[in-house]
Write a protein that binds this ligand. Structure first.
Ligand SMILES: Cc1ncc(COP(=O)(O)O)c(C=O)c1O
Length: 398
């Protein structure tokens, strides 16, 4: 007897596919069907470092498991880890952050969810740039709010301006959600613009949330500033995933205004109990001088990849309108290639590149709708020889 279909909650029905994951599945299926002598697929869609955790971190994790240090921790994280993170802000940015304001989470993803659940209620709107990280829309809507995407142009480094925030603010607006450097563009918001945005937000009683997950991978001093320099009331999200190369360890953190820390801790107690204990103990070793030296070498390597890859794309007519100053992405306008690929948008261009050159990129559609059908996101998180192969294949197509 057939079962009646389960009724899905509206919030689940509203979830859109995370195209980058769907594209990855399609690419793997195509790869599985390729003859053995075909060029292997080059995955430039992947938003995670090709490096793994530093050796000291891996050793610390093994020690932790061996010694049975695997019980739950406090919901806001190991006190020692919160202190090391606080010290990191002092060493890197000259900032004094009370460890009491830091909550350790299961990646930036859990941090973003906690903030949204703590601050957004039904009917609230959150402004964010178009393009921006796809999951942000869903963190907001799952919390009962409405994401309002505001088109952001190359002239604005694909970030919001204070003037736009003021113009789009309505009675329902509760705040802004930014990422700096951003995914998909790798471009940061200028500190003076962020300051101006925060003034607009503060004057309206709203909240400024800045995702700084790529801040460790910044290549330009002008933008290597934490939003926390501006005001203790800005919420900063961060993670061990990118700079510390620990994506699968599921560990991140957030820095909260002092008055919010306790409420978010209570939410974390009920929703997650705590972030992974093993990952937390291991992450203490991220801050050892040897580990930091290694992570800095890798930052230089990511920068070298950008420095090689972006001019190559430009030379091929795949225009990257703003040089990424951080992260490992190139946001490229592929409209000059539409005719050559027999397509009229970047979604179809993704499949054409996958089939004809065995190169996997991410279509702009994942990140918004304003002007995204011209853009592809290429990830430069892969080693230089792979990036070189990709460019050689593109040259053959051109
Ligand atoms: C801008 C941004 N924020 C958050 C995340 C989620 O990161 P995490 O692995 O820390 O949950 C990502 C992952 O790609 C990201 O690009």
């Amino acid at each position: 007897m057939s079962q009646p279909a389960l009724r899905l909650a509206e919030r689940a029905r509203a979830i859109e596919p995370f195209h980058v994951m769907e594209i990855a599945k399609a690419a793997q299926a195509l790869q599985a069907g390729l003859p053995p002598d075909a060029d292997p697929m080059l995955y430039l869609n992947i938003g995670e470092p090709d490096f793994t955790a530093a050796p000291l971190v891996a050793e610390a994790a093994q020690r932790c498991i061996r010694d049975g240090q695997t019980q739950y921790t406090a919901a806001n994280g190991l006190p020692a880890l919160r202190e090391r993170i606080s010290q990191w802000y002092a060493d890197r940015f000259g900032l004094q952050i009370d460890p009491g304001r830091i909550v350790v989470t299961a990646g930036a993803s859990a941090a973003l969810q906690l903030v949204c659940l703590a601050l957004i209620q039904a009917g609230d709107e959150i402004l964010m740039p178009d393009p921006s990280y796809p999951c942000n829309r869903h963190f907001v809507s799952v919390a009962g709010g409405t994401p309002r995407l505001v088109p952001s142009s190359a002239e604005q480094r694909f970030q919001l301006s204070a003037q736009q925030v003021a113009a789009h603010w309505s009675d329902a607006t509760r705040g802004v959600m930014l990422a700096s450097p951003s995914n998909p563009t790798g471009t940061s918001i200028a500190p003076q613009e962020l300051r101006a945005i925060h003034e607009v937000v503060k004057a309206r009683g709203g909240v400024t949330i800045v995702d700084e997950i790529y801040l460790g991978l910044s290549y330009d001093h002008a933008y290597s500033h934490s939003a926390l320099e501006i005001d203790d009331n800005i919420i900063s999200i961060n993670s061990f995933s990118k700079y510390f190369c620990m994506t699968g360890w599921r560990l991140g953190w957030l820095v909260l205004p002092p008055a919010l820390a306790r409420q978010v801790e209570l939410l974390a107690q009920h929703l997650f109990i705590c972030a992974s204990t093993v990952s937390q103990h291991a992450a203490l070793a991220c801050f050892e001088p040897d580990s930091i030296a290694l992570y800095e070498q890798r930052r230089a390597e990511f920068r070298a990849r950008r420095d090689w890859f972006v001019p190559q794309l430009q030379a091929l007519g795949l225009d990257v309108p703003v040089l990424p100053d951080g992260a490992f992405y190139a946001w490229a306008d592929c409209s000059a290639w539409f005719k050559r690929l027999g397509v009229d948008n970047s979604w179809d261009a993704t499949f054409a590149l996958m089939q004809r050159a065995h190169i996997v990129a991410t279509p702009g559609r994942d990140f918004g709708s304003a002007d995204t059908s011209r853009f592809l996101r290429f990830s430069t998180a892969s080693a230089l020889p792979l990036l070189q192969q990709a460019i050689a294949r593109l040259q053959q197509l051109s």
